[in-house]
Design a protein around this ligand. Structure first.
Ligand code: FES
Ligand code: FE
Length: 442
């Protein structure tokens, strides 16, 4: 695709068709062309202690069971029985030797093999080749600093290459001082109206909304901020891969945040250790706030939060949200950080609900007969000279209020949407289904 051959945007990417937030055909295409071809976050290694531990999630719209194997590796199983398609596991997490389908009782082990068929001899005789009817498995699973990712695609580069220079910033969340982080038990989950891309793009690059969307929360929290405000200057950092993040130039974030004095002091010590471990460019000279790993994984550094926007049709999403805290923090500090995360984000968080309202109404006002023809404005910061205050940063660095990251996100999304998946085409699909005699049916 050339820069002048964009289906959903103008050539500069400064206006975008709002059909991408409401059109059901676009949604079906992005399941095939985006979600089946990228690394998707599945779970945190800290959720698994022993063989057979499992966690259920999604890859795009496909339900997945993530299981820990005897050798300590992880496997992703498509959570859909090969008999009539029922989910073989309906729990959020747990430990199992076998996943027994509740419909007719077919049982699959944690590797996905079909190991039990009730009354097999009486019902099927020797006509059922169980070796051919296991659960479909995710072909590639890789980890990065405790994060488990999966992809269906053979050609997507290795995970660390896919993350690229985003790891320069990701490491500040996952390993700020060389002692690592741990995941807080239990994943917050909720469903809301709104297209998943509005959430992903906001976390990638939108600091601009905070002064309006979160104004009431900012007014309430100002009482605990000791009069400290974020500086007027900051940054957005974007990558052609579609990943993006933003933050402020350095300031005393934790003293302004309303957490306990013990937590303020411990975080000041953490900044010293981060400076020693990662350098001042990632400790003193900036405060990372928000980011997105393309396509649907987002982070909030100061809330110790990582979340996935699972698509549920063009106008809805399900959020899975993890809290990850520094491993060596005292219990009281961990508790403070967890409460701080919950108060702001998670299903009951004030800031979370502020954002959710915007995504809901932005989405459901995009499929009217008149509204669908009106493009949206994505030109903020376009053509501006780069931000040079952070020379160590990789990526394209712009000012804190900019839409450069959103433009890069949609440029990447459009590149992928322009390339059909072989299974989208009826003829290719028919060719991909193996003949019955080789598919385990006699
Ligand atoms: Fe699973 Fe029939 S649908 S055993
Ligand atoms: Fe927000």
């Amino acid at each position: 695709m050339t820069p002048h051959d964009r289906a959903f945007a103008n050539s500069a990417g400064t206006t975008i068709s709002r059909s991408i937030f409401s059109d059901s055909e676009v949604y079906q295409r992005e399941l095939a062309r985006v979600f089946s071809r990228t690394w998707l976050f599945l779970a945190h290694e800290g959720q698994f202690r022993k063989p057979g531990d499992f966690f259920t999630t999604y890859m795009g719209a496909d339900p997945i069971i993530v299981t820990r194997q005897r050798d300590g590796s992880y496997r992703g199983l498509l959570n859909s029985c090969r008999h009539r398609g029922m989910r073989v596991c309906r729990f959020d997490e747990g430990n199992a030797k076998v996943f027994t389908c509740p419909y007719h009782g077919w049982g699959y082990n944690t590797e996905g093999s079909l190991v039990n068929v009730p009354d097999q001899e009486a019902t099927y005789g020797d006509s059922l080749d169980t070796s051919a009817w296991g659960l479909k498995t995710v072909p590639r699973i890789e980890t990065y600093r405790g994060l488990i990712f999966g992809t269906w695609d053979d050609e997507v580069p290795p995970l660390v290459e896919y993350l690229g220079d985003f790891t320069y910033f990701l490491d500040v969340l996952l390993d700020p001082d060389g002692n690592g982080t741990e995941v807080v038990p239990n994943v917050h989950k909720w469903r809301m109206r709104g297209n998943w891309k509005l959430a992903a793009e906001q976390f990638a690059g939108d600091m601009y909304h905070a002064q309006s969307t979160h104004l009431s929360a900012l007014i309430v929290e100002a009482q605990a901020s000791h009069g400290i405000m974020p500086p007027a200057t900051g940054f957005q950092v974007g990558f052609p891969s579609g990943h993006g993040l933003g933050g402020f130039d350095g300031y005393d974030y934790w003293r302004a945040s309303g957490v306990s004095d013990e937590t303020v002091d411990w975080m000041a010590g953490l900044a010293d250790r981060t400076e020693a471990h990662l350098g001042s460019a990632r400790a003193r000279d900036m405060v990372l706030i928000h980011g997105t790993i393309f396509p649907n994984i987002s982070l909030l550094w100061p809330r110790w939060n990582l979340r996935v926007w699972h698509p549920k049709g063009p106008d809805a999403m399900e959020v899975y949200s993890w809290c990850i805290v520094p491993k060596k923090a005292p219990d009281a500090v961990k508790r403070d950080l967890i409460l701080d995360y919950q108060r702001h984000f998670s299903a009951s968080g004030t800031w979370e609900q502020d954002d959710g309202e915007q995504w809901n109404y932005s989405t459901n006002s995009s499929d009217g007969f008149m509204t669908r023809d009106l493009p949206l404005h994505y030109a903020m910061g376009h053509g501006r000279a780069p931000n040079t205050r952070h020379p160590d940063f990789p990526g394209l660095v712009d000012e804190v209020t900019s839409e450069v990251n959103q433009r890069l996100f949609y440029e990447r999304w459009e590149q992928m949407m322009a390339s059909p998946h072989p299974k989208e085409n009826g003829a290719a699909l028919a060719a991909a289904i193996p003949p019955a005699e080789t598919a385990g049916v006699k």
